[in-house]
Ligand binder design. Structure first.
Ligand SMILES: [Zn+2]
Length: 251
């Protein structure tokens, strides 16, 4: 089996890549690992990441491990042996919900970090897509972390997905597979995702160091949680934030 490891060379991602790199060092004893540096040039529709996938396509079982996930050799062997055309090891994906702390210069705290999203989507009865849930067996839309394409599947399907930049290669391949009627078979237990490690993600984070902060309307229960956590944050950071910004009457 061939493994492709696309990664960002930016120093801020190095911490999140540590686990993955340790894992890859072990995997190298059994598999061929090709690393591909992904730069910010999203306009390049002939990016080395995509070229590498296409160059290796059809030769052997092919697995893509994105930069911040790690697994075990046993799980790799299981997925390699699985007869499904596309397999993905399950892992959590967070979608941080950030709120801007009032009175600060756009300082954001994450108030809902461990939402149980999983890194795939499943088609719903009304032809929409919901995020993955633990226990799903197949994904209608998958990503390219921990994802295996069987050799037989590659050899019977030309890699002729839509062109685009490296940053949406997962979406393009997944959509292409969906149109072929191919789902990703999900394997458990979950791969480790650096984003979900406690030491990498505290209660609050700043935009500069966060991975995927999302500012969007919060449901009433999250607004309530946000209020209490913002208050807690302000109280413990009183030196930086002017007092009185958060009224008790709002909690
Ligand atoms: Zn499988």
């Amino acid at each position: 089996m061939q493994i492709i490891y696309p990664y960002s060379p930016l120093p801020k991602y190095a911490v999140r890549q540590q686990d993955a790199r340790r894992f890859l060092d072990k995997a190298r004893e059994t598999y061929t690992v090709t690393e591909v540096e992904c730069t910010a040039d999203r306009a390049d529709t002939n990016h080395p990441y995509e070229r590498t996938v296409k160059r290796l396509w059809g030769q052997d079982d092919l697995m893509v491990f994105e930069q911040d996930v790690s697994s075990t050799l046993r799980k790799l062997a299981e997925m390699e042996a699985c007869e499904q055309p596309v397999c993905q090891q399950a892992y959590e994906l967070h979608k941080c919900f950030g709120v801007i702390v009032p009175g600060t210069d756009n300082q954001v705290i994450c108030v809902a970090h461990h939402l149980p999203y999983y890194a795939w989507r499943v088609e719903t009865a009304d032809k929409g897509f919901r995020w993955g849930r633990r226990g799903d067996r197949f994904a209608d839309a998958f990503c390219l972390s921990t994802t295996k394409f069987s050799r037989q599947f590659q050899q019977t399907h030309e890699p002729n997905w839509d062109p685009g930049g490296w940053h949406n290669l997962d979406i393009r391949i997944s959509r292409w597979a969906y149109n072929l009627g191919v789902k990703a078979h999900l394997h458990y237990p979950e791969a480790r995702h650096a984003d979900t490690l406690g030491e990498a993600h505290n209660l609050f984070r700043l935009f500069e160091v966060d991975c995927n902060p999302v500012i969007e309307p919060l449901s009433p229960e999250w607004i309530s949680l946000a209020r209490s956590q913002v208050k807690e944050w302000i109280m413990s950071n009183a030196a930086q934030v002017a007092p009185g910004l958060w009224s008790d009457s709002e909690t």
